[in-house]
Design a protein around this ligand. Sequence first.
Ligand code: COA
Length: 312
Amino acid sequence: MKRAGILGIGHYVPERVVTNHDLEEILDTSHDWIVSRTGIKERRIAADDMNTSDLASRAALAAIEHAGIGVDEIDLIIVATSTPDYHVFPSVACLVQEKIKARTVGAMDVSAACSGFVYAMILAKQFIETGANQRVLVVGAEKMSKKLNWKDRNTAVLFGDGAGAVVMGPVSSDRGILSFDMGADGSGANQLVIQDYLEMNGREVYKFAVRQMPQTIMNVMDKAGFSIEDIDFLIPHQANTRIIDNAREKLGIPADKISITVDKYGNTSGATIPLSLAEEVNLGKIKDGDLLVLVGFGGGLTWGSIALRWGT
Ligand code: COA
């Protein structure tokens, strides 16, 4: 059987850098507090005339180019986002289809907060492995800045804007997605909510994350038939370095095998995983045959992980 894998990857972040010191000007906060509690030093904020679909389209075109295919080969578009251009519809995926001039293929959004990109990849895998689709564009894109209450220091300092994308398709049987794990606990739905603006019970979400992230990593490695020591590179959702450090210590994964980009970009929700993966690929840190684990967790409450053998 052909497995579903990643054929190409790309990302895009807005040019404007907003540092913690910039936030000191508008909020009762400090660079030292933000760095010590979250690891975040700066984030990117998109211009007023750039919406989520613009970020998504730029990342998508980069991924398509990296895959070495034509836009017309894309046969399904899935966008993971919690900050769509419009409140309900049209989906960001439809806007991306038009902006990148893809064919009139199916296009839909996935709503699973910070786990959205992992959920979307798991969805794409099903279409590819049944033979229904050959070239699925999967994007994680967020303009978090438009959903932040810039007077609330508890949340405004944590998030940023950005996008990452992959082209997925069939790869050889010793590459691609080996296993996945996904779950949701709706009893925690009110802990992290976007109605008009993002509201969060930081402590409860923190407790959920330090419990669930190591668990889903263990589950996915178990399902793949490998152990934690076999992980060559971990691409965790970038919410907070303390959450990542906690999982690293619990599981005994060396720090140099874990991607950290939250310092530069903050939490870009559905975009953090493809954004981080794209950066590591660009830095040449990920080699053909490496065993990667992608892991997301967030609002819903949701979680999801993928064990993936890199390469085609
Ligand atoms: N600057 C300065 N002080 C701040 C602040 C800021 N930006 N934000 C909060 N504080 C204050 C709080 O008001 C509180 O003050 P108080 O004790 O006088 O009430 C104090 O700092 C400590 O708050 P606390 O909530 O205990 O901090 P914390 O160590 O739990 O860190 C988070 C707060 C939000 C960083 C942490 O809870 C967290 O990371 N939660 C998970 C968030 C997350 O990752 N969400 C996305 C998941 S996908």
